[in-house]
Ligand binder design. Structure first.
Ligand SMILES: [Zn+2]
Length: 469
């Protein structure tokens, strides 16, 4: 398919390429760029001379407006410290070869655990695929432990100060335990299967990986709303009444394949609000509304929000997004195939691929007997992709924003323009989202247009429709 890849691959397999320094350089560059973008937004928020935008005059009070600035400033300071910590951690891991260290440790732990069931393993040692699974679980566990103070601060200090946090310490702990257990249960078999694919189809893994990911995506769309999310939240069918009748009428009118409407107790954790629908393309869709949205908005405003959501469905945005996602993943794996068997890359990070009698470790170094640890390769490759990811983020945001405008226009054409505008204002005020946004910050971080941009576009659409009639 791509004939130039093998020649690029052999060029890159060069002992003189300073992989480690390149990676650290990328991490620092990313941090500097992120911080610069956040600083631009910080300056906008700090600016005391700015006024409430004309389109919001009389629709929002001064106090809320000032509070949204304070919230933005607090989040931006926290984000800076959090990013700095991640950068330092990343550099320490790379500089001091902690990856081979964790790899060796996970080999020991894995062998010990598995030898209870299969005593022979203590002699032969773990295969590279099984050891990768243990490596993943151990390193994610270690990083989430290191991240605990930040997680705690974010919920119980930052969100708490602005009245968003509804979590209790007990719920926070049970959430953490549940999500970590879930991660082990879900990710271990997935990584094992991916490892087997790499092991068996080393040279043309891409087709098998893409097939596997497509199946996984379908499974996730089916399982996330029905099995996984209910572990954390309660989903109750929407009670009969005006809201339910109006949503069902709208769905019928638009031929939207409505399955059931659920209300989720989002208020259990936070007072941020939302609504969405889930389901496989071409099948029945379930609508989920946050209890907070119902509390904060009128019936017609909630229906207007759902008009926008159904707009996404009508305009095939979900399928487009799935296809774009598949394309993106296929590009990533195609590029990965150029570095997957790059011995010099692994060697820079303490993993020696050369022949050895079985897998062994000497000091901090690991010898892998001509096997490639796909997971290590992929995580290093992920760091190398950072500059491209940054660009992809800008492009994806543009694409999603375009869809958001289309869905807003759709709801406006249904006659819900005024209600949708009001619902958006209510959501924005309730979530204390920033009213003023730096353009670079917004195009990098926001996949939705800003409130003002959306209100202006809806207003323009209303005027256009009035002229027509
Ligand atoms: Zn939308």
């Amino acid at each position: 398919m791509l004939n130039f890849l093998p020649s690029i691959a052999s060029c890159l397999d060069n002992e003189h390429i300073p992989w480690k320094n390149i990676l650290i350089g990328f991490s620092v560059a990313q941090f500097v760029f992120d911080s610069y973008v956040s600083y631009r937004q910080y300056r906008v928020l700090k600016d005391k001379t700015k006024k409430i935008p004309p389109i919001l005059k009389g629709k929002i009070d001064e106090e809320k407006f000032a509070k949204s600035d304070e919230y933005g400033i607090a989040k931006s300071k926290f984000g800076f410290v959090d990013n700095l910590f991640s950068l330092i951690l990343n550099i320490v891991v790379l500089k001091y070869d902690l990856q081979p260290y964790i790899w060796n440790l996970s080999g020991k732990i894995g062998t010990k655990l598995i030898s209870y069931f299969r005593p022979a393993i203590s002699v032969s040692g773990l295969g590279i695929v099984t050891q990768s699974v243990f490596y993943f679980n151990l390193s994610t566990f270690a990083f989430s432990l290191l991240n605990l103070p930040f997680d705690y601060y974010s919920h119980f200090v930052l969100e708490e100060a602005f009245g968003f946090n509804k979590l209790t310490t007990k719920l926070w702990v049970t959430d953490l335990v549940k999500s970590n257990v879930l991660q082990v249960v879900l990710m271990s078999p997935i990584l094992y299967a991916v490892g087997k694919i790499f092991d068996k189809f080393t040279d043309n893994f891409i087709y098998y990986i893409m097939g596997f990911i497509a199946i996984l995506q379908v499974l996730m769309i089916l399982l996330v709303p029905t099995v996984i999310l209910p572990l954390f939240n309660k989903f109750t069918p929407l009670e009969d009444g005006e809201l339910k009748t109006k949503i069902e009428d709208l769905a019928r009118k638009l031929k939207f394949p409505l399955d059931k409407i659920f209300v989720v107790d989002g208020s259990k954790r936070s007072s941020h609000s939302n609504a969405y629908f889930t389901g496989l393309p071409f099948f029945k869709q379930r609508i989920v509304i946050f209890d907070t949205l119902i509390e904060q908005s009128s019936v017609d405003e909630v229906v207007a929000v759902l008009g926008h959501e159904i707009g996404h469905w009508k305009k095939n945005h979900i399928i487009q997004l799935l296809l774009v996602g598949q394309f993106h993943i296929s590009v990533i794996f195609t590029l990965f195939s150029a570095v997957y068997q790059n011995k010099s890359l692994y060697k820079s990070f303490g993993f020696n691929i050369e022949s050895a009698t079985g897998q062994k470790s000497v000091g901090k170094k690991v010898f892998l007997n001509n096997k490639f640890p796909y997971l290590i390769g992929f995580s290093i490759f992920g760091e190398l992709l950072k500059p491209m990811d940054c660009l992809v983020q800008f492009i994806m945001n543009l694409f999603i924003r375009h869809n958001e405008y289309e869905a807003d226009a759709f709801a406006t054409k249904l006659g819900y323009g005024k209600e949708l505008s009001q619902a958006l204002i209510t959501l924005q005020v309730a979530n204390l989202s920033s009213m003023h946004v730096d353009p670079l910050y917004s195009s990098y971080h926001y996949n939705h247009p800003t409130l003002i941009e959306r209100l202006d576009a809806i207003e323009a659409e209303i005027v256009k429709l009035e002229k027509k009639n």
